[in-house]
Design a protein around this ligand. Sequence first.
Ligand SMILES: *Cc1c(COP(=O)(O)O)cnc(C)c1O
Length: 393
Amino acid sequence: MNRKNQYHPETNAIRTRADQTPHMEHSSPMFLTSSFTFDSAEDMRAAFADETDANIYSRFSNPTVDEFAARLAALEGAETGFATSSGMSAIFASFMAFLKAGDHLVSSSSIFGSTHTVITKFLPKWGIEHTYFDINNPESLEAAIKPNTKMVFLETPSNPGLDVIDIAYVAGICKKKNVILNVDNCFATPALQRPILLGADIVTHSATKWIDGQGRVLGGAVVGKKDLVKEVHTFCRSTGPAMSPFNAWVLSKSLETLHIRMARHSETALSLAKALQNNDKLEWVKYPFLETHKQYDIAKKQMVAGGGILCFEIKGGLEKGRRFLDAIDMCSLTANLGDSRTIVSHPSSTTHAKLSEEERQKVGITPGLIRISCGLEHLSDIQQDIEQALQKA
Ligand SMILES: *Cc1c(COP(=O)(O)O)cnc(C)c1O
């Protein structure tokens, strides 16, 4: 693997690649192969004994998948990385690699829905307890850490509420308490925020979102220090959440444009958030780089830009939220985010409809909350569609 870590992150995203084949191809090829061959019994023995880093079988490693993981690790400023089939398999593997029966996990409370399900429905089956702390009350974190706490898990900015927490502050507490800090960096991506450089031990990703950026493939990754990523690899090698080489090839290409895409997504989201701030159909607008955001100073300190997601509360609650979705003309109504096409969603009537009103309140989902994932279309077309739908709602 040819790593050029001495360059800027955007250069590393483009120049980190698997070794060239004898054909000297310029663009990285895709290694669609389940297994790899050996010249001799001795070579094969040495590979299985971990004495060489030769590829054996694509559930363990594959050059195309490793290229994607190495690029992402370089972008995050991490030593190494391991790519998985989806964001959830990366998060699940990061729990399984470090937690055992009797251990305790502390997590911020506003997290991705499936992560919440893993923490509350599955981890307890294996005797792993958890405590949620409120990201808007960072002082409550230290009290939540117990003698058997092994990991702190964070999502910042959070989904869909866009709350932000000071990663360096949390990392300081985790160091003091000797606890692994695991940050889901899906919303910001390494183009805007690099938790490892702020003291996180591992970073987990859903590559399905902004990293792909065009809503094509699923993928995930864990990056961090070599000894920690090795534990994740050991778990995945035997349990099988391998990333497909095809998906890895697509996602590696995506990383080449990540910085310019995230800059544009963020620019559009900030402009749209500012324009909507004065809209009389709205209760409030939230975006990490709006001065009215509660953690604006922290966002400014740890992020290069505010990201592609903004949210707002429609006056009139649930019914108005549904009517807003119906009145949308160009933007897409879909469950994904982080696409070149702008996506609008109304969590309380869709993704979070099964929760009780009280549970929704707890995770920051108000009845009229609308989440916008800004795409790469022209700002005026996005803005016009949202404003006309607000008028009609
Ligand atoms: C989508 C998402 C995930 C899960 O990723 P998948 O690739 O869908 O498995 C995890 N965390 C966040 C913040 C997400 O938005």
